[in-house]
Design a protein around this ligand. Sequence first.
Ligand SMILES: Cc1cc2nc3c(=O)[nH]c(=O)nc-3n(C[C@H](O)[C@H](O)[C@H](O)COP(=O)(O)OP(=O)(O)OC[C@H]3O[C@@H](n4cnc5c(N)ncnc54)[C@H](O)[C@@H]3O)c2cc1C
Length: 281
Amino acid sequence: MEKNEIIGKEFKCLDKGFVRLVDIMGGDDSIVQAARVSYGKGTKTVSEDRNLIRYLMRHRHTSPFEMVEYKFHIKLPIFVARQWIRHRTANVNEYSGRYSIMPDEFYLPSPEDVRTQSKTNKQGRSDEPIPEDIANKFIEDLKDTQNFLYEKYNSYLSQEIARELARINLPLSTYTEWYWKIDLHNLFHFLELRLHPTAQFEIREYAKIIAQIVKHTCPIAYEAFEDYRLNSITFSAKELKILSSMIQNKIPTIEEMLEIGLSKREIEEFLIKISSINKQK
Ligand SMILES: Cc1cc2nc3c(=O)[nH]c(=O)nc-3n(C[C@H](O)[C@H](O)[C@H](O)COP(=O)(O)OP(=O)(O)OC[C@H]3O[C@@H](n4cnc5c(N)ncnc54)[C@H](O)[C@@H]3O)c2cc1C
């Protein structure tokens, strides 16, 4: 898809949300152009441009990536917005519930996305589906409370209570909208955190769409981001010591790893990292 075909297009997300790219300033070319200011006019061909971008990403020479700016129009539930707004390096302008009437739009998860509490990640949900009747009842309950609270909201408005007060009991599932502008360096940071499997499913769905938009508009930078950040694995100095003996076929025992100074949790995470390498194609 060409850049011009993406600008203005609404990409549906969750049940009622969307991501729309409003505008973009720059692309792979502007990263190269900015980098050349510091490195001189040495490189010219596409492969040299690719190598330069990959060099910048590899060595965390981040400022050339700040030359690309994205402006999005996003429609999202408030509980997703609360996680999103923690990314402070963006410019935001949100729909005002003080000024305008909040629309009757609430997020409802699909039954297959209603899962049990994860036993390994205290913050997340597991891969285990919950019995269908419980999932459906949960969704019905959400719908009932959303309708009840919206009726209350409407009744407050009809009694001429100020909009800024009438809205305060609306649930976190209420949809809001904002314009969100961010440079590519900080957008990559957002994507790294919010595409991660430990990020909440709902914000991950938005991150996936944004990642595709970046992939189409800055393909070389996105490929470098995937290689050096998104799909890369880092090892601590202690883990490298263990890896070094593993390469020499000396597999340390758990006791030996504890002696090196890794905690039980670190050992667990290290073993997960090792098994993920084995799964790499
Ligand atoms: C899986 C997951 C779980 C989370 N759980 C929680 C939670 O339980 N509770 C909670 O409160 N938050 C939680 N967060 C939010 C998290 O702590 C960060 O606030 C959020 O991810 C934004 O990251 P950031 O500050 O690096 O990003 P940005 O705000 O975009 O900042 C980018 C970078 O700029 C620099 N920076 C920006 N502003 C400042 C500043 N004022 N001072 C110094 N450096 C600055 C930092 O280097 C920062 O990394 C969670 C995030 C994730 C991804």
